[in-house]
Ligand binder design. Structure first.
Ligand code: ITT
Length: 183
């Protein structure tokens, strides 16, 4: 089975490809920028994007929207993760959290699938904490400041296979694959 992943982020595609390979699902890449609505809800954003894309894409496809949710910042940057990353970035987040003891955070991934002319959503969460400094050369985005609970090093210090064993994205994509195998 071939499934298209619509994303402008090659790292996200590489992670998805690895997961698909395990289940003999061939995930192909369509590098397409699409409009993301500004909304407080990850699932609303994903649904809006899917609605826009389904007229343009042939066959079955999925998109994925992810964000970082920081407890002591009341969920910031959440659905605004992209904008925050491109403005204040990792250094800015660390500044906001200077002297903060509660460093709990999580990544949320929402996969929106268009399959057999219907829409389906799958959510994955990865819990962890915000590091006190930027560390690691791997991954992308907030990876160098996010330490997953299962480890004491950042996502940026894990290679793509190791990240994919526990990431929010792999949890959501695994749920989608399970659904596809059953349907
Ligand atoms: P799309 O084309 O798929 O939308 P994107 O890079 O815009 O690609 P998102 O909107 O899902 O992806 O990501 C929002 C922000 O969160 C963005 O700045 C990413 O770098 C960051 N992000 C998403 N997933 C991440 C992950 O697994 N690790 C680190 N940062 C992540």
């Amino acid at each position: 089975m071939v499934l298209k992943f619509i994303t402008s982020n090659i790292h996200k595609y590489e992670e998805a490809l690895l997961i698909g390979e395990k289940y003999e699902i061939n995930i192909s890449h369509e590098n397409l920028e699409y409009i993301e609505s500004q909304n407080d809800s990850f699932s609303e954003i994903a649904r809006f994007s899917l609605d826009n894309l389904k007229e343009k894409i042939q066959g079955d496809f999925f998109i994925e929207d992810a964000g970082l949710v920081i407890e002591c910042l009341n969920g910031f940057p959440g659905p605004y993760s992209s904008f925050v990353y491109s403005t204040i970035g990792n250094q800015g987040i660390l500044e906001l959290m200077r002297n903060e003891k509660n460093r709990n955070a999580k990544f949320i991934s929402t996969v929106a699938l268009f399959y057999k002319n219907k829409e389906f959503l799958f959510v994955g969460e990865c819990h962890g904490s915000i590091a006190s400094e930027i560390k690691g050369e791997h991954g992308f985005g907030y990876d160098p400041i996010f330490i997953p609970s299962e480890k004491n090093i950042s996502f940026g210090q894990l290679d793509v296979d190791e990240k994919s064993l526990l990431s929010h994205r792999s949890i959501a994509i695994n749920k989608m694959i399970k659904f596809l195998k059953e349907n």
